[in-house]
Design a protein around this ligand. Sequence first.
Ligand SMILES: Nc1ncnc2c1ncn2[C@@H]1O[C@H](COP(=O)(O)OP(=O)(O)OP(=O)(O)O)[C@@H](O)[C@H]1O
Ligand SMILES: [Mg+2]
Length: 143
Amino acid sequence: VRATDYLVLELPSLDVNVALARLVVAAFAARLEFTLTEIEEIKVAVSEAVTNAVVHAYGHHPGLVRIQAWVEDGALLVTVCDQGVGIDDVFRAREPAFSTVAERMGMGFSFMEAFCDELRVDSSPGRGTTIHMLKRPRRLPVD
Ligand SMILES: Nc1ncnc2c1ncn2[C@@H]1O[C@H](COP(=O)(O)OP(=O)(O)OP(=O)(O)O)[C@@H](O)[C@H]1O
Ligand SMILES: [Mg+2]
């Protein structure tokens, strides 16, 4: 992170921390002129990314989830990073309705994609996963 104003939040990969991460990122996003709808979209995207780290990354032994956020060229950038099992086939994982867990819908990446302007997934098996999300305010600030 090169920006001087940024957020770094490191949390154990527990269910209770999904809501916390979502709220903290939403508060940070107030640095830009997002609409309430856009803030809701950011919350959903962050929830899905953090939930994935909680559910898929570490199995039964909680690890750490690191969330970073900063503003670059008028856009919000958020990364969600774990050092868990990683994803074997990122292309397949990003397809709608693909899940490795029977009772899940496999829609997390689809929501992230729908609610972000750009989404990048870096993952290597055995080393972990980093999700990069970029969101621009649709409405230009008026002065
Ligand atoms: N952080 C992660 N670590 C390891 N595997 C992951 C991670 N995030 C996603 N995956 C893999 O990618 C698949 C697709 O993720 P996605 O969020 O789209 O669906 P899901 O989590 O299975 O279901 P849903 O999000 O609808 O509850 C997961 O089933 C899992 O196998
Ligand atoms: Mg998911």
